[in-house]
Design a protein. Structure first.
Length: 256
């Protein structure tokens, strides 16, 4: 685990950073491809994505692409279509979308209660109808809100660090399987109130740890931010891969 922690993307320690980094590799090409599709074919692609994902949500045991770079690409395709081709929806429509998402989610929750993993699987698929309505509607609503808070900005700056710490396999096992199990938390008092207090305290504690990490990085690694990557890029890509690729295309490539 120690070796894996030094190469978290390669060993998929955290699904979100891994998917996001891999998505960034292909994002420029996806953007160019979407621009070349045009409006009509782009909309057809969006409909195809929704049909596939929403259809899979009703088939327990089918393959789930939520925790893969394909999911990030799918979200990108949908948001690009909304941004490029759709007029901004009124706030009333977005609130209705969120409400409908929760309303449509009720049968899933009932199914989860009766059949266990069946309903949970339907809700857990990232582009199922309820999660898509709630997630997209909430995102677009908050996108229109403009306010400034030093406290919120400070906590938000630490949120990614909180996620990385709490979702690390070692920390996850200690926190959620040993220290804060359901039986232990429920024995401390009212479950809902106790859980809320634990989450707040845990978030603040992990935020403090990440704040110390940011201070340490500010006086060490971040003093020359990106220098190691630039050195590796120049030595490998610029001086070796690009000349070799150009020579290969000149010798074996076809004229286009």
């Amino acid at each position: 685990m120690l070796v894996k922690s030094f190469l978290p993307i390669s060993f998929d320690i955290w699904w979100y950073p891994t998917c996001y980094v891999l998505f960034l590799v292909v994002e420029p090409f996806v953007y160019t491809g979407l621009k070349g599709l045009g409006r009509d074919r782009h909309i057809i692609l969006c409909i195809s994505i929704l049909v596939v994902y929403c259809g899979m949500a009703f088939i327990p045991g089918s393959f789930d692409l939520t925790y893969t770079p394909i999911f990030c690409v799918s979200i990108y395709v949908l948001m690009a279509a909304y941004k490029w081709f759709i007029r901004p929806a009124p706030s009333e429509v977005l609130w209705a979308m969120v409400f409908m998402g929760y309303l449509l989610g009720l049968p899933y929750y009932a199914l989860a209660y009766i059949k266990g993993t069946v309903g949970y699987y339907a809700l857990n698929v990232g582009l199922s109808i309820p999660t898509l309505c709630i997630g997209l509607g909430t995102f677009l609503l908050f996108q229109r809100m403009h306010f400034r808070s030093v406290l919120i900005n400070c906590l938000a700056a630490c949120s990614f660090g909180v996620y990385l710490i709490s979702d690390h396999p070692v920390a996850r096992e200690i926190l959620w399987q040993k220290l804060l199990t359901f039986d232990i938390v429920s024995s401390w008092g009212p479950l809902l109130l106790t859980s809320l207090c634990i989450l707040v305290v845990l978030y603040l504690a992990l935020s403090a740890i990440d704040a110390l990490r940011q201070c340490l990085f500010a006086i060490t690694i971040d003093r020359r931010k990106g220098w190691l990557f630039n050195c590796v890029w120049d030595l490998t890509v610029e001086h070796r891969i690009k000349p070799g690729l150009n020579a290969f295309l000149v010798k074996y490539g076809r004229d286009v």
